[in-house]
Design a protein around this ligand. Structure first.
Ligand code: DQA
Length: 143
């Protein structure tokens, strides 16, 4: 089975408890179970990783270049200012799909700019927890 890496960035460990009006009531654990299940349906062995630290996310991206065929990345707020994460994505040659639960273009102005977007294959934003599954579907076509 081909391996993919799903990365959740800062504050996403609090899904279900954090601003449910924006991110939904499903817990982090429930969402991860659904991601694993859907990935399996598409013949992917998904690994899920969460970190609140920029450097750890960068390390995870680097490590995936050997172990995985693609990455689904919700970089949280790092999306909007981490040139280091963008450079990490540019440094590897497996596809990275940017995801967001909320529609980042319909919220605060600072959220509508993604500095990682140019280094990703594409961006999926605004479909709640289903954004992850849509990204896995996109990876299926790519790899
Ligand atoms: C988010 C959107 C970001 O702007 C925010 O900082 C997050 C979550 C999303 O999934 O909608 O932490 O990436």
């Amino acid at each position: 089975m081909k391996k993919i890496l799903v990365i959740h960035g800062p504050n996403l460990n609090l899904l279900g408890k954090r601003e449910p009006g924006v991110y939904g009531n499903d817990t982090f654990e429930t969402i991860n179970c659904e991601i694993l299940e859907y990935a399996k349906e598409l013949d992917f062995d998904a690994e899920i990783y969460q970190s609140n630290c920029e450097g750890e996310i960068i390390d995870a991206i680097h490590n995936a270049r050997e172990s995985s065929v693609g990455i689904v990345l919700n970089a949280g707020a790092y999306t909007h200012y981490s040139y280091a994460i963008r450079d990490a994505i540019s440094a590897i040659n497996i596809p990275v799909i940017e995801v967001h639960l909320s529609n980042i273009h319909a919220r605060d102005e600072f959220r509508s700019n993604s500095v990682i977007a140019p280094a990703c294959v594409g961006q999926i934003s605004g479909f709640g927890k289903n954004s992850y599954n849509l990204a896995i579907q996109a990876l299926k076509r790519l790899v």
